[in-house]
Design a protein around this ligand. Sequence first.
Ligand SMILES: [Zn+2]
Ligand SMILES: [Zn+2]
Length: 340
Amino acid sequence: MRAARFYGPGEALRIEEVDDPEPSAGGAVVRVRGAGVCHSDLHITQGEVPLPRIPRVLGHENAGIVESVGSGVSDVAPGDAVAVFGAWGCGSCALCRAGDENLCNMLGWPGIGVDGGWAELISVPDVRHLIPLGDLDPVEAAPLTDAGLTPYRAIRRALPYVPPGGAISVVGVGGLGHLAIQIARAIGSAPRVIAVDVAKDKLEAALALGADEAVEAGGDAADRIRDLTGGEGVHAVIDLVGSDASLATAAASLAQRGIVVLVGIAGGSLPFKFAGLPPECLLTTSAWGTRSELEALLGLAARGLVRARVERQPLEAVNDVLARLLGGGVDGRVVLTPNA
Ligand SMILES: [Zn+2]
Ligand SMILES: [Zn+2]
């Protein structure tokens, strides 16, 4: 099969012919119809996230058709359309047993610990990671497994802090943010959604996707958010950027007892001190999501409430796509289609 393999930071990925994977016992091989290109892939290709072994097939945001199954598999069959849940844990520790496999220490994630989906086929070690797609298009479903699932979890965790009539801000209207806005509209008690971004065209897109307000990031953004909320501030900030500037705006625009959920991995920090933060606010990170959260999100997608904006590209375009993503020149999510 053809696969896009990473050989080291600063090197272009190579499209190579490699052996087809075989399904392991209890697992399956999936023919990849859609494989999203994520900002976190840039952190790998730029050397900020070292991988345990190279060469490595990247790609942790996958959906496709089951090609073959391993011994002992009866509840999944070749031909089934599936989303691949990617936060593969050990399956046996206390966190995994509680369903929080995304927090497992093992981190055997596709595209990081093992080969991912930027290839014609991906080997999935256990069919518990496969979720039926029903009528959803695998290309549109692929980004939901990360770009959708990550904000879904972040927003779900923030909602208990948002009272009826309260407001939530989504900072960064990119691959995750365009889905976060739709998710915030689709779940909970219909909070007011304020989109924040540096780019005017992304703010326009946010309004088209259902955001109530759009605020240009930087400068006096926190003041404008306070004005929009009658001086109260937002009850939850979903920070999909994570820079010094975005976190400073988050703190300055937050209501008392509000919550900042940090998802973006730009590497910024926020001083944690008594003065300077709203009283009794909460600061937390959120990491990917669980299988049951992905099932719930796919349910929202099946009802037409959440839809990824995708740009389809062949596997061979992967290096161009990564360069465009680095430059901010991607609208929604680019999905590679290795079998198109
Ligand atoms: Zn990702
Ligand atoms: Zn585990």
